[in-house]
Design a protein around this ligand. Structure first.
Ligand code: ZN
Ligand code: ZN
Length: 387
C-alpha cells in the first residue's frame, strides 16, 4: 500500500469517527431537547391547571359572597317587613337567634316609642277636669284588669269566673298596650319558674334596671308566646284573637276617646274638653303612666322593699308600689305563695285589687277565690330581713 493510500484510509477512519461522534452528540442533544420540551410542556400544563383552579376558586368565592349578600339583604328586608306586620298581627313569624335575639327590635317598637312621644301632645290640647277624670278612670280600670285578671286570674288561676267575664277583662286588659292575656300569662309563668335566675327575662338582679323594666320585651326573644306554658288558655279562640291582633283594642279605644271628646265639645261645652284632649290625656298619658307603674313590679319590686319571706328570688314587699299598682307591691308575699287571690296578706297591707275581687265575688261575677292558708302566711314570720 502506498503512503498516500494509507493516509487516505486514516482520514476516512477519522472522518467516520467524527461522524459517529457528531451523531452521538446530536442524539444526546436531541434527547435533552426532547426532555426539556417534555418538562416545559408539563410545567405549562401544570401552570395552566393551577391558574384555572385559582380562577375557579375566586369565581366561587365571589359567587358565594354575592349569594350571601343577597341572602342577607333578603333576610334584612324580610325581618323588616315582618317587624312592620307585627304592629298589627303578632302571628307573623321570623326566626331570630343568637345575640340578635337580645337586641332591641327598633322597627317593631316604633309604636311603643310613639306612645311616649305622643304625650307631648297635652301641651297643645290643654287640660280639663273631665279629661283628667277620664285618664284616672282608665288608669284604674285597666290597672285592675292587669292585676286582677292578667296576673291573678290568667297567670295564676287564683279564682274562677265565667267565659264572658274572662273575655271582658281580657279585652280591658288588652287596651293597656301590654300585649294580649296569653302573651302576658305565658311570660309571667316563666318569670315564676326562673325568678332572678339567668333565664328570667326581666330580673333586675341578673340584667339590670332598664332591661328588667322595659328592655326585655323590646327584643325578639320575648316576642313569641310559649303556648306550652298556657295549655289552659290556648283553647279560647276569643283570647287568641286578642293576642293575635293586640293593637286592635288600643286603637279602638283611642278612636273612641277622640270621637267622644268631639261629641262632648259640641254637646257639653261646659266640660271644656275636645277630641284631641281626651285622646292625649285619656289614651296616651294614662296608658304610659299605667305601663310604667305596672312594670315597676318587675324592676323595682325585686330590689326595693322588705323581704318577709326568704324566697329563692329577690322579691320585695313595697307599700308605695302596692298603692300605685293596686296591691301588686306585696311582691315578696306573692312569690312566697303565688296561688292566692290576695297579695296583701294582712289587713294593713293595702290591696285594692283584692277588695275589688272580693266585692265581685259577693255579686257572683267571680268565685272560688283562693285564700292564703294561715300556716303559709305565718311560715317565715316577719323576722326575715332584706338580703
Ligand atoms: Zn317577681
Ligand atoms: Zn305572679
Amino acid at each position: 500500500m502506498s503512503g498516500q493510500d494509507e493516509a487516505a484510509d486514516r482520514m476516512a477512519l477519522k472522518a467516520a469517527q467524527i461522524e459517529e461522534a457528531i451523531g452521538e452528540t446530536l442524539d444526546e442533544a436531541r434527547r435533552k431537547v426532547g426532555r426539556a420540551a417534555e418538562e416545559a410542556g408539563r410545567g405549562v400544563e401544570e401552570a395552566v391547571g393551577n391558574a384555572r383552579a385559582r380562577v375557579a376558586e375566586a369565581a366561587a368565592s365571589v359567587e358565594g359572597a354575592f349569594d350571601e349578600t343577597v341572602e342577607r339583604t333578603r333576610g334584612f328586608w324580610r325581618r323588616s317587613w315582618i317587624a312592620l306586620v307585627r304592629w298589627f298581627d303578632t302571628s307573623a313569624q321570623v326566626a331570630v337567634d343568637g345575640p340578635a335575639a337580645d337586641r332591641v327590635d327598633w322597627l317593631r317598637v316604633i309604636p311603643f316609642i310613639g306612645l311616649h312621644v305622643a304625650c307631648i301632645g297635652i301641651f297643645f290640647t290643654g287640660v280639663s277636669w273631665f279629661a283628667l277624670a277620664v285618664a284616672a278612670f282608665l288608669y284604674a280600670i285597666r290597672m285592675f284588669a292587669i292585676t286582677g285578671f292578667y296576673h291573678r286570674y290568667f297567670s295564676h288561676r287564683a279564682f274562677r269566673t265565667s267565659r264572658p267575664m274572662q273575655f271582658l277583662f281580657g279585652l280591658i286588659g288588652a287596651s293597656s298596650v301590654q300585649r294580649g292575656p296569653l302573651w302576658w300569662a305565658a311570660h309571667h309563668r316563666h318569670h315564676h319558674r326562673h325568678s332572678d335566675q339567668p333565664a328570667d327575662l326581666h330580673s333586675p338582679v341578673q340584667h339590670g334596671f332598664w332591661k328588667s323594666h322595659m328592655g326585655w320585651f323590646l327584643t325578639p326573644r320575648a316576642f313569641a308566646i310559649d303556648r306550652q306554658a298556657i295549655p289552659d288558655l290556648v283553647k279560647y279562640p276569643e283570647l287568641e284573637f286578642l293576642d293575635r291582633f293586640d293593637t286592635f283594642v288600643p286603637i279602638a279605644l283611642a278612636v273612641f276617646l277622640f270621637w267622644l271628646g268631639g261629641v262632648l265639645e259640641t254637646h257639653a261645652p261646659g266640660l271644656g274638653t275636645s277630641g284631641p284632649q281626651l285622646l292625649f290625656w285619656g289614651f296616651f298619658v294614662s296608658t304610659v303612666v299605667l305601663f310604667h307603674a305596672t312594670v315597676t313590679i318587675n324592676s323595682l319590686c325585686h330590689v326595693w322593699g322588705k323581704r318577709r319571706y326568704q324566697t329563692r328570688d329577690q322579691s320585695r314587699n313595697n307599700f308605695w308600689l302596692a298603692l300605685i299598682t293596686f296591691g301588686e307591691g306585696w311582691h315578696n308575699n306573692h312569690h312566697h305563695y303565688p296561688g292566692s287571690a290576695r297579695q296583701g296578706f294582712y289587713w294593713w297591707e293595702i290591696d285594692l285589687t283584692w277588695y275589688t275581687l272580693k266585692a265581685m265575688s259577693w255579686v257572683g261575677l267571680i268565685w272560688d277565690l283562693k285564700p292564703v292558708p294561715a300556716r303559709i302566711r305565718d311560715a317565715a314570720g316577719v323576722a326575715a330581713r332584706p338580703r
